[in-house]
Design a protein around this ligand. Structure first.
Ligand SMILES: [Zn+2]
Ligand SMILES: [Zn+2]
Length: 136
C-alpha cells in the first residue's frame, strides 16, 4: 500500500518534471528560432515540432534543421541598411542595391511584390512601394 503510493508519487514527480522540461524546450526553441531567422513560417514550424512531437523527438529534430546562421547576421544587416546595400539571404554577402543577383552565390536578391510587381530585397518585411507584406 505504502510502496504503491510512493511509486505513484514518483511517477507524478517525473511527469511534472517532464512537463516543465517540455515548456522550457518550447520557450528555448521559440527564442532560438527568433534569433536565427526572420521567417515566421520557420519559427512556427520549429515551435510546432517541439510542441507536438515532445522535446525528446522534437528537440533533436529542431537542432538538425535550425538555420545555422544566427543573430550575428543581424549586425551586417543593420550596417547594410546604413550603407544602402543588400545582404544576400542565402550567403550573407553584401551586394550593391541595384544588383538583382548575389555577386557571391548567384541567388536572386530581390522578390517580386505580389500586389504591385515591384522588386524589393528579401529582408524587407513589406513592399517599399505599396506596403504589401512580404509573405515569402
Ligand atoms: Zn549570396
Ligand atoms: Zn508592392
Amino acid at each position: 500500500m505504502l510502496n504503491g503510493q510512493g511509486a505513484a508519487l514518483r511517477i507524478q514527480i517525473l511527469i511534472v518534471l517532464f512537463v516543465i522540461f517540455w515548456v522550457l524546450s518550447i520557450i528555448w526553441v521559440a527564442r532560438d528560432s527568433l534569433a536565427r531567422t526572420n521567417k515566421l513560417s520557420t519559427q512556427v514550424i520549429s515551435i510546432m515540432i517541439v510542441t507536438l512531437l515532445s522535446p525528446i523527438i522534437g528537440l533533436p529534430l529542431y537542432l538538425t534543421f535550425r538555420p545555422m546562421r544566427l543573430s550575428h547576421d543581424k549586425l551586417p544587416r543593420r550596417e547594410a541598411a546604413v550603407m544602402s546595400m543588400i545582404v544576400c539571404y542565402n550567403c550573407a554577402a553584401l551586394n550593391p542595391k541595384d544588383h538583382e543577383y548575389c555577386l557571391a552565390c548567384g541567388e536572386p536578391l530581390k522578390i517580386k511584390c505580389k500586389q504591385c510587381g515591384k522588386n524589393y530585397p528579401h529582408s524587407y518585411g513589406y513592399c517599399s512601394d505599396c506596403g504589401a507584406p512580404n509573405i515569402e
